[in-house]
Design a protein around this ligand. Structure first.
Ligand SMILES: [Cu+2]
Length: 276
C-alpha cells in the first residue's frame, strides 16, 4: 500500500519474503513515494508459473495457468512504461517537481523506444537498456505475450495482421463462475495503468508484423517520428531440415541478478537486523 509499507533507508537493505499462490503475470513497484519512484524506474514484472508444469504428464511443457488449454511454445514480456524527461532533470539537480505537470514524451517497451526495441538483448549501444522487445517465432508456434502496464497512462496495443486471444487478466484466467472458458479475441488490447494481460497468438506465415500503440502520438520520441511504443513480431522461415533452425528464446530469460544477501553494517550484528 503506497506510503503505508516499510521504507528502506538509503544504504540499507531489507529482505522481503512472500509466498506466490496463484500463477499469472504480476508487477512490482516501490511503495514509498511511488509517484516519483515508479517514474524513476523502481518497477518490474513478476511471473508466477503454474504447478501444472511440475506434473509428470506435462513435464517439459509450458503453461500460463493450471489449465492444459493455456499451453504455449514461447513467451515474451511487453512491459509498458512512459517517461517525462523534465522531472528527471529536476530530481537530478535536487529540485521540486509538481507531478500534476506530468507530460511524458517517451513511450517505452521493456525500457526501450523504437527503433531500439528491435535491437537484440544486451546490445552494446544500450548499456542501461539490456532487455530486447522484439518477438520472434517460427510459423504455427503458439506465443504467449505477458503485457504489463506500469505507466501512469492507459495504452492500447495492436499487432498489425495478428489478432490476440486474451486468456488472462491481472493474473486471473478469463473464466466464468462455473469454470467455463471466457477467453476472447481482440485486435487492439487496452491496458489500464497497473493492469496485466496474458494474450496468445499462433504465429502466422513468415514476415514482420508491427506491434504499436494505437495512440499515434505515442509512436514518437519527444516529437520525433518514428519511435516510441513500437516493436515487431518477426515470424522466421524455418530452415529445412528443422534441426538446423537457430535457437529462439523460448521463455523470458532473466538477466543474471546481483545476489544481495542480508549484510551487516559496521558495528551491527546480523541477528539485530532480523536476518534469517
Ligand atoms: Cu520508492
Amino acid at each position: 500500500m503506497p506510503e503505508a509499507s516499510i521504507s528502506v533507508p538509503v544504504g540499507r537493505d531489507f529482505v522481503y519474503y512472500y509466498k506466490p499462490l496463484n500463477p499469472g503475470t504480476y508487477l512490482y513497484h516501490c511503495h514509498f513515494e511511488p509517484v516519483e519512484h515508479i517514474q524513476m524506474g523502481m518497477v518490474g514484472p513478476l511471473v508466477v508459473r503454474p504447478l501444472l508444469e511440475k506434473e509428470p504428464l506435462y513435464r517439459g511443457r509450458r503453461f500460463a495457468y493450471n489449465d492444459p488449454a493455456t499451453e504455449f511454445r514461447r513467451e515474451y514480456l511487453i512491459f509498458l512504461t512512459e517517461l517525462d524527461a523534465h522531472p528527471h532533470h529536476l530530481v537530478a539537480s535536487v529540485q521540486e517537481f509538481d507531478w500534476t505537470e506530468y507530460r511524458p514524451e517517451y513511450w517505452l517497451i521493456n525500457g526501450r523506444s523504437y527503433p531500439d526495441t528491435v535491437k537484440p538483448a544486451d546490445d552494446p549501444s544500450l548499456p542501461t537498456q539490456p532487455y530486447a522487445a522484439g518477438i520472434l517465432a517460427y510459423p504455427e508456434e503458439k506465443v504467449l505475450l505477458r503485457f504489463v502496464n506500469v505507466g501512469y497512462q492507459q495504452h492500447s496495443i495492436q499487432i498489425l495482421g495478428i489478432p490476440l486471444k486474451v486468456i488472462g487478466q491481472d493474473a486471473t484466467p478469463v473464466r466464468g463462475l462455473g469454470g467455463e472458458d471466457l477467453s476472447y479475441w481482440k485486435d487492439t488490447l487496452y491496458f489500464a495503468a497497473g493492469q496485466t494481460v496474458d494474450a496468445v497468438f499462433t504465429a502466422p506465415e513468415p514476415g514482420i508484423y508491427p506491434l504499436y500503440n494505437r495512440n499515434y502520438h505515442k509512436n514518437t520520441n519527444a516529437g520525433t517520428s518514428f519511435g516510441g511504443m513500437v516493436s515487431e513480431v518477426q515470424v522466421l522461415r524455418r530452415p529445412y531440415p528443422a534441426s538446423l533452425s537457430p535457437e529462439l528464446p523460448t521463455a523470458i530469460t532473466p538477466l543474471p541478478c546481483i545476489k544481495v544477501g542480508p549484510r551487516a553494517l559496521p558495528g551491527e550484528s546480523r541477528s539485530e537486523r532480523g536476518a534469517t
